[in-house]
Each structure stands twice: as C-alpha cells, then as structure tokens.
Design a protein around this ligand. Sequence first.
Ligand code: AMP
Length: 521
Amino acid sequence: MAATPASNANLFSVLRAGFPEDLDGTAIETVGETPRYYTWRDIERATAMFANLLDSLALPAGARIAVQAEKSVESLLFYLAVLRAGHVYLPLNTAYKSDELSYFIGNAEPSVLVCAPRDFARLSKLAFAAGTGWVFSLGNDRSGSLLERATHFPDTHAPAKRGAGDLAAILYTSGTTGRSKGAMLSHDNLVSNAETLKTYWGWRAPAEGADVLIHALPIFHVHGLFVASHGALLAGAKMLWLDRFDARVAVSLLPRASLFMGVPTLYVRMLAEPGLDRVACRNMRLFISGSAPMLVETFEAWRGRTGHTILERYGMSETAMLTSNPYLARDGERRGGTVGFPLPGVELRIRDDQGHPLGRGEIGGIEVRGPNVFAGYWRMPEKTKDDFAEGGWFRTGDVGKVDERGYVSIVGRSKDLIISGGFNVYPAEVEAALNELPGVAESAVVGVPHADFGEGVVAVVVAQPGAALDGDALLASLRERMANFKVPKALFVAAELPRNAMGKVQKNLLREQHARLFQAQ
Ligand code: AMP
C-alpha cells in the first residue's frame, strides 16, 4: 500500500519523522568541561514543553518570536518549539547592538523576544516600548526565565498544523551592504531544501552507520541553523555541539566525527592547528564550506593536509542552498573556486543588466528559481517586486558565470561591482590576481568615490605569515596581467580584513575607511 502523504507540512513534524526509532540514543553531545548528553526523547519532550508555554500565551496567528541569545542546545530546542507551536522564528545575530535591535524589533514587531539574561533590562525596555508582549531570558548555561517557565508545562504536544506556504522563519540578511531585509521563508522552502541536501550529500541514517556532525557554527544564520541542524535532525544523526568555535577543540573532535560544516575562516584557523592531519580525519566522510568564497589556496592546503577535498556550496538567507559541488565522484570532481552545480530542483540562469540571457562562460547576474526560494521580504513589497524577474526568478544580487561543464562560480556581488571611468571592474577578478602574487595571503578590492573616474579601485592586501609586501611591486605585477582600468589606484597592506560573524569581508567598512581617499583629485 502506498504511504499516506504527510498531513502536516510543519517543518518540525518533518524533522521529527527523521528521528531514529530508538529515542534513547544520544542526539546531541555538548563539548566542554562537563559534556551534556541530549537524547532524541529529550528533544521531543523539551520542545513540547516550550511549545506548550508558547500556546499558553495565546499569540496571534503568524506571531514572530525573536531570539537574540548565545548559542546553546536550549536555544536550538526553542527554535524547534517555535516551529512546533506554529509560530515564525526570527533569529538575531548575537553581535547586534541596541540600535540595530531597535530596527529589527520595530520592523518585525515580534510578540515575544528571548534575550540573554545580562541584556534583559536593556532589551525588555526596548521591546515593551515597541509593543512586544513577552520578554524571556535564556543563558547558554541553562539560566533564565524561559527555562524556568517551561518546566511548569507538560512534555507532550501535538504539533500545530501548518500548510506548505505558511511562514516558518524570517531571516534578516547579514547586511554587509545596505539595510538588513527580512527574508520570509515558508515551511516548504526549508523542508524541500533539507530533503534535497539529505539525498545529495548522502546523509547517513542510523541504520547506515549514522553520521556524526561537528556543529561549530552560530545558529542565527542559515548555515548553522538550517543546513547543519536540519541536516542532522532529518537524518537522525548525532551532533557534537560547540557553543562557540575553537579550532583546537574542533580538530580534536575530528576522529569522532564524519561530517564538518564551516565558513572558510574556520578552515583557515583549523589549518593553523598542528593536530590537523590524515589520521585525525580518518573517520571523516565530508567537509562542507560555504557562506563566503573559499580561496583555492585553502582548498588545496586542506586536501594536502587531510586527504579530503572540501565540498563548496552556495546559498543565501533568501533561498537556503542553491548549488553544490558534487558529493559522488560519478557526478564530477569537486572544483575549488567554484560552487558546483545547481541542486536538484533548483534552476539557475545568468542574465545581463537588461535581463538578456548570457551564454556559458559569460559573466552576469545570477537568477534562481525553485521550491526553496523565499516568498519575499517582510513588509517590503516594492523591494520584493524589484528583486524578482517575470516567472518567479529571484535576482540574487550575486554576479557569476557557468562554465562549459556546468560549474557555477561567483565573481562578486552586483553591489560590489565597481564602475571606474565607465568600465566595469569585478572586484573578485582583481582579488584573484592579487592572491596569486607571491607573499599575498588574501585581498579585498572596493570602489570609492573618485572625482575623475566616478569610482576609484582600492585594494587592501594581507601578507602571508613572514612575508613582507611591497605595494608598488604588487601594482606593477598587476599592470602586466590586466587592463589598466582594473589595476587599483591605491593599495594598502593590512594585518587582516574586517569580517562579520559568517566570515564575509565587510566591504562597506573598507569603503567607509577609504571614502575620502580620492577627494582632492
Ligand atoms: P547570507 O544571506 O548571509 O547567507 O549571504 C549570502 C551571500 O553569501 C550570497 O549571496 C553570496 O554572495 C555569499 N556566498 C554564500 N556562499 C558562498 C560561496 N560558497 N562562495 C561565494 N560567496 C558565497
């Protein structure tokens, strides 16, 4: 007899269906001085208690529950409980300050805010003034009013019925350019992506010798919250849980794990650990990188040290995962500097500024379509309209190309595109050329106002350890390799590049820093 289709599209119910039969096995083990073990049954019961607490508040339909709390297993469980109770989860970067939070709270109008105990006085004032009904606190040591209150509630709960198109989460974009926008993601956006990745990356269920994932990423972002957590829960795989990333600890966990997900910065830091070698990685099945471009140099250094070829993938808050290098050798090799092929069910095309199709190898705007693509930006219908082309194609704002074999590469963000003297300069092209020069570890290229050229190209370069860089010599080498209009008009050597929590270079900060450089010209 054919299986009955799931009657509830609630993401929580879908994830729960992936839990192993034996609910007494360990689902999450925290890594620290005193490890804690959470069974699958603990997840089931704790999410029920939180969900019952939320039900007791009699929140309106579609209520937003905003959370700015340190990473902890309890904050993950609370996320799952928000889904279970049928509300909309709104995670907030722990780095955001009061001004930024005022904007998010004013824009999203959450019914409930959960914050760190130490921020309670400050943030509850702010939230109550904006109309939020309840503020709870949650520390990463299981302190705070949220857990205290939840203990009074029963540990069984029937998940709220949700339709595929109902909202599950709002993710504010990380805002490396402009004001952050709330991407509205439905249950189906997230379910379809989790199921696709489960198959494509070959997540192993308990019957197949379950995967063990090192969970080292923050959970206010698509990467750690959705890709990593959903993957493990849906596969019934165990997580080794780090409340914060520590390269030495992560390397020490490798022999007990089969899967690791990181942003490129995490890989760079782990490469600096002497303990990272083939023996440490003997049980590893897969290393996945994304959220920011990985230098080919890092990709190769990792392969040299560990024998593993990192799988780089590409996605964003608005769409979850879009492309991935192949997992199986029969689908092709994993190519550094590319983000692989569109995932099954995802369509991807390249368009020029006027919306005309571009061919293989040609650089243009990346547009995507699929069940994972969000419904639009929260309370920004105009912005949503602008960002979708006819037929439901979302303009990602990323600039890239598809090569002859179908591999996608990201060349930059369209907003990062520099127009200098009427010529288009793609920062990633100049950065790639700089990164190849001897002694250069990495670089960032931005455009700043220039009286003659409109924008002038500026490079900030970081030296490899022990290397001394001569800016004039670097520029002279570039002149030999590329058209003059692309060669930076100024080059600075810096100790490091400014990055946000997800490892993305904050080009807006570099632009601000050098804004007046060419003013007098
Ligand atoms: P966020 O919404 O914070 O996840 O940021 C999404 C953006 O990160 C994308 O639009 C890309 O610009 C960038 N990004 C994500 N993954 C990659 C990758 N593998 N390589 C290059 N850029 C990436």
